[in-house]
Ligand binder design. Structure first.
Ligand code: C2E
Ligand code: CA
Ligand code: CA
Ligand code: CA
Length: 274
């Protein structure tokens, strides 16, 4: 029994070690990713629930590492945040997204900003500067933040968002409903859009709580004059349910997966002539 116990500890130590090694490899790889041209933005359409027109595109980062292959942003973004690399990567994302969106003059581009990137940097200066350079009007740019961006310095965050909003940038609260203080965030921060997290959409037709919760969020948003994007819409049944509930915008694999810029342009053209 003692032996088994020791083995277990050994195995545990080894997996910790593997984790750490993989982390270091990701960090080392990431620090070369920009110069090595290993980063790419993919785009996923956001659909107007009433007209079914394409309202915007969310930029989602992809990394194909020479050493590690394709790594998910769910894995490397947190590591980039902790190592501080998120600043340079985030800056690259903003510049690239603002250049790319010149290809679709009707729609907005939505850019994810991590908490670490948002705090302690002059986001107003950065976004404004890059938008001016690319010649993109501010109202065609949405930023997506989660409420973790508000924790460190709530007053500073509210000021930054207010300044961006008054310049015309759209502000979306991402992953709504998954944090600890969603209502507090809605009350205290200037917003234009609420994005209902995919986990609520997944429950539609399966869990009795899903529809009433989504309906409540939609009413809350409407009362505050905000738009609502439902994330992760995968089925026709979900789409119908969300439209019946009055959801203003829809996003998910049902319409399109995130695709490279050239693929999304082809997709857009085909859709507009259909
Ligand atoms: P997020 O901002 O909540 O993005 C939505 C995620 O859901 C994306 O995963 C998207 O590909 C996925 N998704 C969209 N529709 C569907 C669907 O119908 N079904 C399913 N199963 N998934 C769907 P992705 O691209 O892997 O990104 C994961 C997370 O990484 C993002 O979550 C975001 O937090 C972060 N991220 C991605 N790109 C960036 C970036 O440029 N900057 C920052 N700071 N974070 C980023
Ligand atoms: Ca997002
Ligand atoms: Ca989200
Ligand atoms: Ca998310």
């Amino acid at each position: 029994a003692k032996r088994a116990g020791r083995n277990r500890i050994c195995r545990f130590d080894k997996s910790l070690d593997d984790n750490l090694r993989r982390r270091r490899a990701i960090e080392a790889g990431l620090s070369k990713a920009i110069a090595g041209k290993e980063l790419e933005l993919h785009y996923q359409p956001i659909i107007d629930g009433n007209t079914l027109n394409v309202a915007g595109f969310e930029a989602l980062l992809r990394w194909k590492s020479a050493e590690l292959g394709q790594v998910s942003p769910a894995v490397f973004i947190p590591i980039a945040e902790e190592s501080g690399l998120i600043r340079s990567i985030g800056d690259w994302v903003i510049r690239q997204a603002l250049n790319d969106c010149c290809d679709w003059p009707q729609q907005y581009v939505a850019i994810n900003l991590s908490a670490r990137q948002f705090n302690g940097a002059d986001m107003v200066q950065i976004l404004r500067g890059h938008a001016d350079t690319a010649g993109v009007p501010y109202h065609r740019v949405h930023i997506e933040v989660t409420e973790t961006a508000f924790f460190e310095d709530a007053r500073g965050a509210a000021e930054t968002l207010g300044a961006l909003q008054s310049l015309g940038f759209g502000i979306a609260l991402d992953d709504f409903g998954t944090g600890y203080s969603s209502l507090f965030s809605v009350k205290n921060f200037p917003l234009d859009v609420i994005k209902i997290d995919k986990c609520f959409i997944d429950g539609l037709g399966l869990e009795p709580q899903a529809a009433p919760i989504i309906s409540a969020v939609i009413h809350l948003a409407r009362g505050l004059g905000l738009k609502v994007v439902a994330e992760g819409v995968e089925t026709e049944d979900q789409r119908q349910a969300l439209q019946l509930l009055g959801c203003s915008h829809l996003q998910g694999y049902l319409f399109s997966k995130p695709q490279s810029r050239s693929h999304i342009l082809t997709w857009l053209k085909a859709r507009q002539t259909a």
